[in-house]
Design a protein around this ligand. Structure first.
Ligand SMILES: Nc1ncnc2c1ncn2[C@@H]1O[C@H](COP(=O)(O)OP(=O)(O)O)[C@@H](O)[C@H]1O
Ligand SMILES: [Mg+2]
Length: 202
């Protein structure tokens, strides 16, 4: 089972948007997928309601024993939409213990880059309780095509020792306006699905 958790200290970094688009990408290539909405705000569940139900499993799991319960979905891939650590530390910490792949969406802006160091501290402190095969990938998100900020953020984060995923999600209206709609096919999230499968050795 591939267990992917979208995490960050703060809300508004693209966790829910990425979790839903990625779940569709895996589903469309024939993998069985479940989306575990661990956010008490339940925005992924609300999104599913608005499209008349996602074509894969979705369940609310905003609980601090997430790590004991998320495998019950019993699918090839389980994606956790995890709430911001700063407000929901027990749930988020449980998800960090559970995941094989921690994906951290970050926009290439000063304020979001500054938050990487406290998040890095949380991950470092939790290393002993994480899965031995656990990997982390920073997902550059809301990257303006052609601007210097994306490549510059990649250099800065890589220089600080963070593993930055090759795939970067562009800042686009199609993503910004996607809440409550069915994601399009053939987008950067397909590349993200491929990269995560490759890195996880699946
Ligand atoms: N690639 C993107 N391009 C443009 N807007 C985006 C992109 N990804 C996310 N957004 C927008 O950013 C906002 C926060 O995203 P969301 O997924 O809700 O964050 P989180 O779940 O981390 O709180 C939303 O309005 C969303 O539409
Ligand atoms: Mg969210």
């Amino acid at each position: 089972m591939l267990r992917i958790a979208f995490i960050n200290l703060k809300p508004g970094t693209g966790k829910t948007t990425s979790a839903v688009w990625l779940a569709y990408a895996f589903h469309r290539r024939g993998l069985s997928v479940a989306l575990a909405d661990a956010d008490p705000g339940a925005s992924a569940l609300e999104w599913s309601d608005q499209v008349g139900g996602f074509p894969f499993k979705i369940g609310g799991l905003p609980v601090k024993d997430f790590h004991r319960r998320a495998d019950d979905f019993a699918t090839d891939v389980v994606i956790g939409d995890i709430p911001q650590i700063e407000d929901h530390a027990p749930i988020a910490r449980s998800a960090i213990r559970w995941a094989n792949f921690l994906v951290v969406p970050v926009a290439p802006t000063g304020i979001e880059l500054d938050r990487m160091s406290p998040l890095g501290n949380v991950l470092e402190e939790m290393e002993d309780v994480m899965r031995p095969d656990s990997q982390t990938g920073v997902l550059l998100n809301r990257v303006v095509t052609g601007a210097a900020s994306g490549p510059s953020a990649r250099r800065v984060l890589t220089g600080q020792g963070y593993p930055v995923l090759t795939t970067a999600i562009p800042r686009l209206e199609v993503f910004a306006q996607s809440f409550g709609a069915e994601p399009e096919r053939n987008t950067t999230y397909d590349q993200l699905a491929t990269e995560l499968l490759e890195k996880a050795g699946k």
